[in-house]
Design a protein around this ligand. Sequence first.
Ligand code: VOV
Length: 250
Amino acid sequence: MSTNEALLTLEGWYTYHDFRKINWEKWKKATPEERNAAVDELQGLLKAWDANEQEQAGSTAVYSILGHKADLVFMFLRPTMQELDAIKTAFNKTKFADFTEVDYSYVSVVELSNYVHNPGEDPKSNPHVRERLYPTLPKWEHICFYPMNKKRDGQDNWYMLTMQERAEMMRSHGMIGRKYAGKVKQIIGGSVGFDDWEWGVTLFANDPLEFKHIVYEMRFDEVSARYGEFGNFLVGNRVTAESLQAMLQV
Ligand code: VOV
């Protein structure tokens, strides 16, 4: 049995998605003083995360999640796993955290699968590549997150394909993706060895229908149609300091 060429991947910032459910019963029973103190502390964290983004030392996105799976997602990009761990611990020490439960989380690292690199070039010296590895998350209205694998099942085994076969399929995938330029921004987190799936896909859009359109269109493309395996989808709306205040007002 032959071994196929593993792909050279490029990695950027480490990524942590923290999906929280709010214990509304507990929140409503708290005194207004307790709630105000918890919200003030949370607003302080938002400011600190914003300052980190201004310094280009990471990026953070906060969205409210629809459906029963979670109420909020905090998505963090940071240079090291230690920083992500420190953020998680600092959050868990807040009063607000006492009113939440972690419902789901995802650990990955921003990844570019280098199917399309220019030979001879150090990819990390290319500003376009750097922008994608160390991105500032867009302040777009909606987020969509889901984990996925490439299938390893009998004849449909992605990892047994040749580099050329994989590169051709990824080219077709990229062509579909390009049609959504300016409408959908994707952050692909590689999570082999870090979490339960191979990638965490995070999409941003101002119109949530674009999520439905891109995911549907890609389902007809061979790489997703034949090889894509998907976990739970989560979708949500952007939260700002003001809208978070309003959301937590009871
Ligand atoms: C928003 C549009 C968009 C665009 C432009 C785009 C382009 C590209 C390019 C050019 C490349 C390859 C090089 C690289 O840059 O990594 C990729 C890579 C990848 N993609 Fe993608 N993708 C998009 C969007 C996009 C979506 C919506 C999905 C989910 C698939 C679906 O069916 O639900 C996805 C998945 C991935 C994955 C898992 C990888 C890594 C695959 C691997 O085997 O390594 N992706 N993607």
